[in-house]
Design a protein around this ligand. Structure first.
Ligand code: GLV
Ligand code: GLV
Length: 326
């Protein structure tokens, strides 16, 4: 008999076709609405494999109902929505999709950095509203990116890819990371600093660390106060790493200059969120890896992980190797 797989959203056709060959599929068919919790709770009882997104909370309570489940395949690199330890205790393998989205997410991070520095969104709205009366010396002036100092918090795959882009803009690149990375220092010319020095010296700060209990509120009131009043903060990692109340206050009071955010503590962020009332915020709906090519690659990779695990193989990217029961 074919294993049962539950897919929590409509996924790209090639990935679906691959799973159909080997599995009995049930899928939440909507594209724009996440699967309701009660449906997920019902489906999980029958599933040998789960294909999920970062929008699903895979917690202990859900896993208690997952009597047959052998693998959770997440179509994302981050997996803070999954209780990996609870899965491990049950011998359930958890996989994610690193690597394939690195360059796409670095592109978006740099696009957001440029857009925030040069006030692109504000300028476009200004033009469309018919407010463009004349060229003027200080009209819509931003901050220079070329030659500035960039601080990268979390020098993983995406952090390194952002550093490579920054080199093309002749930026001085500082980084803070749990472990020092001598290889990257040599090949990319990035400079290791402690977090406080990075915040004090950078013109642009990019948050690119995973979201864990250790990085929750990593950037709060004290850290924002260390930054230059001309500095720009970019977060394309996870919302909870930067404390939003502290960020709002720092932006509102001119303690930092602007912020570009692709992620929020609560997603989707409410259009009434205080941060969205500020002109010096550029906000995006979590689209870091959203290119056609990359999203198809992520879906294929997640499908392959699921099939590998269901065949009894060790999938290519297991988040927590201890999860594999002997
Ligand atoms: C997106 O945020 C991801 O983690 O892949
Ligand atoms: C601006 O367009 C300039 O020519 O300086």
């Amino acid at each position: 008999v074919k294993p049962n797989v539950y897919i929590t959203r409509k996924i790209p056709e090639p990935a679906l076709a691959r799973l159909r060959e080997a599995c009995d599929i049930s899928m939440w068919e909507e594209e724009d609405i996440p699967v309701p919790r009660e449906i997920l709770e019902r489906e999980i009882t029958k599933a040998d494999g789960l294909f999920c997104l970062l929008t699903e909370t895979i917690d202990e309570a859900l896993l208690e109902k997952a009597e047959k489940l052998r693998v959770i395949s997440q179509m994302a690199v981050g997996y803070n929505n999954i209780d990996v330890h609870a899965a491990s205790r049950r011998g359930i393998v958890v996989t994610h999709t690193p690597g394939v989205l690195t360059e796409t997410t670095a592109d978006l991070t740099f696009a957001l950095l440029l857009a925030t520095a040069r006030r692109l969104v504000e300028a476009e709205h200004f033009l469309r509203r018919g407010e463009w009366k004349t060229w003027s010396p200080m009209l819509l002036t931003g901050r220079d990116v070329f030659g500035a100092t960039l601080g990268i918090i979390g020098l993983g795959r995406i952090g390194e890819a952002v550093a490579r882009r920054a080199k093309g803009f002749d930026m001085k690149v500082l980084y803070y990371n749990r472990n020092r990375k001598p290889e990257a220092e040599k090949s990319l010319g990035v400079i290791y600093t402690d977090l406080d020095s990075l915040l004090q010296e950078s013109d642009f700060v990019c948050v690119l660390t995973p979201y864990t209990p250790q990085t929750r509120d990593l950037i709060g009131e004290r850290e924002l106060a260390l930054m230059k009043d001309t500095a720009v903060l970019i977060n394309t990692a996870r919302g909870g790493i930067v404390n939003e109340a502290a960020l709002y206050s720092a932006l509102k009071n001119g303690r930092i200059w602007a912020a570009g955010l692709d992620v929020f503590e609560q997603e989707p962020v409410s259009p009434d969120h205080p941060l969205l009332s500020l002109p010096n915020v550029v906000a995006l709906p979590h689209i870091g890896s959203a290119s056609v090519q990359t999203r198809i690659k992520m879906a294929m990779m997640a499908a392959n992980h699921l099939l590998q695990a269901l065949r009894g193989q060790v999938p290519d990217y297991v988040v927590h190797p201890d999860a594999i029961k002997k």
